[in-house]
Design a binder for this molecule. Structure first.
Ligand SMILES: Cc1ncc(COP(=O)(O)O)c(C=O)c1O
Length: 362
């Protein structure tokens, strides 16, 4: 696979090349079966072993406490915007509380309004989501059914460095864009979920980690395939699971383990993002989107002085094999998504390119 570019796509995103090679090598004949992984029944022991190994590797890598269940669900991350209120709203006051620090939180809160009442605990809109606003825990009604936040804001390139104390209210986290990139104490959360398409594999499937006492509270109208308790009862296969997504996730987790685990991923993420932030901080040409205190280590966002220069930058970077650097339409500018699979050499090449571009056009 010599022609692979450095892929800065926000998601679906770059996967580790050894993982892609392994998929390619075993695609036609999975471990001597004479059939592909996508051609076999999800009920066969061979797939059940993959599912069990994937869960067990995730538990090992994250140090997940025993009293948490791991579920695989259809629909990616946004499906959880519905599943969370459907499963948790009825627990207490029928109020879902939301920390809004970007577009995904906004959409999650909007979806939850269909199933109960919501309360917005904070909204960073005024500061154009460049920072994570301060939050006073006293503001949270302890009768709230849950409190939802987005750990890393993919569009704006901000993240929560320290999570808020929500007392007895279960904290629910959308960790789609930074899962496995930093060590997290899962016992702080009631639910953590993520679409797989950034640090866990392919799109369209979600991983849900849930504290077991939160199971069994689904609203009566909850669709079967969104009911956490039912999913748990059927070991995530009440119907045909996305076998390919689980298989890829297993390979990605094996790769993370081989690299040295989550602590190593975190260290690398700090080094890689640090290199790009250094370029931004030393420049009078580029301007960073995110405030320095709240910067993401996964999505580095920045503007160029003019639209014309941005277009030049995107065309020239593409030619250099630095792919998919256009920022999200809601933010504009450029965005380098540097998930776990992005090698340090890719970031070094981008940093070099940015300096050179500034020298020519600054
Ligand atoms: C933090 C976050 N939440 C939710 C989503 C939506 O994910 P999906 O397309 O899997 O629904 C994304 C997608 O990029 C994301 O970054």
């Amino acid at each position: 696979m010599s022609d692979r570019v450095y892929n800065f796509s926000a998601g679906p995103a770059m996967l580790p090349t050894p993982v892609m090679e392994r998929i390619k090598n075993e695609f036609l004949d999975f471990q001597g079966l004479g059939a592909s992984i996508v051609e076999i029944s999800h009920r066969l022991p061979v797939f059940r072993e993959i599912l069990a190994a994937t869960e067990s590797l995730f538990r090992e890598l994250t140090g997940l406490p025993e009293n948490y269940k791991v579920l695989f669900m259809h629909g990616g991350a946004q499906m959880q915007f519905s599943a969370v209120p459907l499963n948790l709203m009825s627990r207490n006051s029928h109020i879902g509380s939301y920390f809004i620090t970007g577009r995904w939180g906004t959409l999650a809160e909007k979806e939850a309004r269909k199933y109960g009442n919501t309360e917005v605990l904070m909204d960073g809109k005024e500061a154009q989501y460049r920072q994570i606003p301060q939050f006073d825990s006293c503001r949270l009604d302890q009768e709230s059914s849950y409190a939802h936040l987005t750990t890393n804001n993919t569009l704006y390139g901000t993240r929560w460095h320290t999570f808020p104390d929500t007392g007895n209210v279960p904290l629910v986290a959308d960790a789609t864009s930074d899962i496995l990139s930093r060590e997290m104490d899962y016992s702080l959360f009631g639910v953590v979920y993520a679409g797989l398409q950034k640090n866990l594999g392919t799109s369209g499937t979600g991983l849900v980690v849930i504290r077991e006492d939160l199971l069994g509270h689904a609203l009566p109208e909850t669709p079967k395939l969104l009911d956490y308790a039912l999913l748990e009862e059927h070991s995530s296969i009440p119907n045909t699971i996305n076998v390919f997504a689980v298989y890829v996730m297993r390979l990605v987790l094996e790769w993370v383990k081989e690299q040295g685990g989550v602590a190593k991923m975190e260290k690398l993420a700090e080094q890689k993002s640090g290199l790009l932030y250094q370029v931004l901080d030393q420049s009078e040409f580029y301007s960073a989107v995110a405030d320095s205190n709240d910067r993401s280590t996964m999505n580095v966002t920045f503007h160029l002085p003019q639209t014309e220069l941005l277009e030049k930058f995107l065309t020239a970077s593409d030619k250099e094999g630095l792919f998919a650097l256009r920022g999200h339409a809601a933010v504009g500018g450029a965005r380098a998504s540097i998930y776990n699979a992005m090698p340090p050499e890719g970031v070094e090449a981008l940093a070099q390119f940015m300096k050179e571009f500034e020298r020519k056009h600054g």
